[in-house]
Design a protein around this ligand. Structure first.
Ligand code: PMP
Ligand code: GLU
Length: 401
């Protein structure tokens, strides 16, 4: 009889991405004929701009279909530097840039290059689902920094201090945040910068939603709050959200030369390089007209206003107004412990399951983001879906006794 092959020990710690899992379930239900309204995955519902697609097609036609340099084609890395300089006023050289297979993979390369057993990395919670597993896959330990709804999910000095130990090596910042839509204040970033400088931490700034900001004024950023920290900061970004290019899989990182070189070593031994075709398309996105992200943001802003108004009609929900990204993250805890037809709703997983089964609305339970009182709804979907979905939500919640 053949043996059951054992998996690596690390597999016991890692679950599949819950956002991608709910999305797959919603799509499968839809394909089987169910009228599911999908608020689960966070990806723009807009088409990739035509000039970007044309650049991808041209790359194929011109035979630009071979391996590229490991860190990415030079002209794309130069374009990233030019964007960072023009849009943010930050100076980087092409050797300080890595192009990866999506922002998620940039984060993975970073964690493999930076962290290992015995290291602790602070992750503000609610957090994006992939941060803890990526840190754990590197052998390091995530330390969760609690953010509270009462404080608009900003970092407080006391909570930050509570996470610090001798083993702390770094912190991951995501502002605007997935899943809360919150933006860290300059004051909070200052607190992080102070500790990072004093203790030699690396600060990973995941800026993937930086083109989707609903407030006026400049988005506070750790590099602007503390420019002297630059040699300790890694910027993570990409074109997935800003140019509706989730499937093209292009992300980029900017940081100190020796860290990017280490990340390139990891990349050279894993994916080699991001797709040559997608790199050409991303180049067109970054050097071409820059009105697309702004146009998309206008549409998201209208949807945000609408979805928030609908959620605020439900007295038992509380919802911090998102300042960026395309998620709302209402608190459902007033329903916990209650029931519908004998079906008890104890937590966010039960609530999301109830909404899917009873109202055909796909959402992501807050537990996936380290915040079990909440449920995430992505409003990167059409107004029609949002309007119908919110009616179903109101009806489904009114049935809970
Ligand atoms: N960071 C955050 C916070 C995200 O929500 C996402 C979306 N998946 C990413 C990074 C990475 O996106 P991608 O890999 O599609 O570039
Ligand atoms: N970031 C998106 C989300 O949170 C995409 C899914 C994923 O990569 O996890 O839904």
């Amino acid at each position: 009889m053949s043996a059951v092959i054992q998996l690596a020990g690390r597999m016991g710690k890692i679950k599949p991405s819950p956002t991608l899992a709910v999305n797959a379930k919603a799509k499968a239900l839809k394909a089987s004929g169910a009228d599911v309204l999908n608020f689960s995955v966070g990806e723009p519902d807009f088409a990739t701009p035509a000039h970007v697609c044309a650049a991808g097609k041209a790359a194929i036609d011109e035979g630009f279909t071979r391996y590229t340099a490991v860190p990415g084609i030079p002209e794309l890395r130069e374009a990233v530097c030019a964007r960072l300089a023009q849009d943010k006023g930050w100076q980087y050289k092409p050797e300080q840039i890595q192009v990866s297979c999506g922002g998620k993979h940039g984060l993975y390369n970073m964690a493999q290059a930076m962290f290992g057993p015995g290291d602790e990395v602070i992750i503000p919670a609610p957090y994006w689902v992939s941060y803890p597993p990526i840190i754990e896959l590197a052998g390091a330990k995530p330390i969760f920094l609690p953010l509270s709804e009462k404080n608009n999910f900003d970092i407080t000095e006391a909570d930050l201090a509570g996470c610090v130990s001798e083993k702390t090596r770094g912190i991951i910042l995501n502002s605007p945040s997935n899943p809360t839509g919150a933006i860290f204040s300059a004051n909070a970033l200052g607190l992080v910068a102070e500790l990072a400088l004093a203790n030699g931490w690396v600060v990973i700034s995941d800026d993937i939603y930086d083109t989707i900001v609903y407030e006026g004024g400049k988005l506070p950023h750790i590099l602007d709050v503390a420019p002297e920290l630059k040699e300790q900061v890694i910027i993570l970004n990409g074109v997935s959200k800003s140019f509706a290019m989730t499937g093209w899989r292009i992300g980029y990182s900017a940081g100190p030369k020796h860290i990017i070189a280490a990340m390139n070593k990891i990349q050279s031994q894993s994916t080699s390089n991001a797709s040559s075709i997608s790199q050409k398309a991303a180049l067109a996105a970054l050097v071409g007209p820059q009105d697309f992200p702004g146009e998309m943001k206008k549409a998201f802003a209208k949807r945000l206003q609408f979805i928030l108004a609908e959620i605020n009609k439900i007295p038992e929900l509380t919802c911090v107004t998102p300042k960026g990204a395309f998620y709302v993250f209402p608190n459902f805890s007033n329903y916990f412990g209650r029931a519908y037809k004998g079906r008890k709703i104890k937590n966010s997983v039960d609530m999301s399951a109830y909404l899917l089964d009873e109202a055909l609305i796909a959402s992501v339970p807050g537990a996936a983001f380290g915040a079990d009182n909440f449920v995430r709804f992505s409003f990167a979907t059409s107004m029609e879906v949002i309007a119908a979905g919110m009616q179903r939500l109101q009806k489904a919640l009114s049935r809970i006794a």
